[in-house]
Design a protein around this ligand. Structure first.
Ligand code: C5P
Length: 204
């Protein structure tokens, strides 16, 4: 099985890394955060309504992944709330597992790929960076996209999101026992890629 599981908190660099790894090894790539963002976006006006979120997750449609607003902060916040609901996670499980089973192999990035979605993956990374470094990256990225951003607010948002993701009972964010911990605080994208590559290459 040629599967690379890339987990870690928001703005750790895991998405960029996962895309590069997929390209390098010729594997399909799934950003699983987009699934939760798509479901959160569907119910954004009624975010406290768990039944509606579960219904939306069960009706999940791959076309939802093309909604441009999914990359924004509002969708991220909505995703972080509905992703704590066990039945939402359950409804999105099979889509992710079947993505792992593609004959050509796959890279999936998220929070629980190495622990829940694909525990048998031969190569697992848990990508981290200090919350200040991540907030700085996210802040600069938003500014580069000409989206108004205040560093202190981005930092607060990440702190809250980390707490929700790691403290929930349903598939909390955590490193698999057999994952490589990759702290990108002092690394640029190329250095993170090189470190990941030397770990993964002998494994897949
Ligand atoms: O990675 P991204 O920021 O797009 O994820 C948005 C939210 O979706 C996360 O804060 C997390 O709550 C949820 N998520 C999850 N499990 C995944 C991927 C994302 O719970 N595998």
């Amino acid at each position: 099985m040629r599967v690379i599981a890339v987990d870690g908190p928001a703005a750790s660099g895991k998405g960029t890394l996962a895309r590069r790894l997929a390209q390098h090894f010729g594997l399909a790539h799934l950003d699983t955060g987009l699934l939760y963002r798509a479901v959160g976006w569907q119910v954004r006006d009624d975010i406290g309504n768990s039944a509606a979120a579960v219904q939306a997750a069960r009706a999940f449609d791959i076309d939802w992944l093309r909604i441009p607003e999914l990359r924004g902060e509002a969708a991220g916040q909505a995703a972080s709330k509905i992703s704590a609901i066990p039945q939402v996670r359950e409804a999105l499980l099979e889509f992710q597992r079947s993505f792992c089973r593609q004959p050509l192999g796959a890279v999936l990035d998220g929070r629980d790929i190495g622990t829940v979605i694909c525990p048998e993956a031969p190569a697992k990374l848990f990508v981290t960076a200090s919350v200040e470094v991540r907030a700085g990256r996210r802040h600069r990225e938003l500014q580069a996209r000409e989206i108004p951003s205040i560093y202190a607010e981005v930092l607060q948002d990440l702190i809250e999101r980390d707490a929700r993701d790691s403290q929930r009972t349903a598939a909390p964010m955590k490193a698999a026992d057999d994952a490589l911990l990759l702290d990108t605080s002092g690394l640029d994208a190329d250095q993170a890629f090189d470190a990941a590559l030397s770990y993964i290459s002998p494994r897949i």
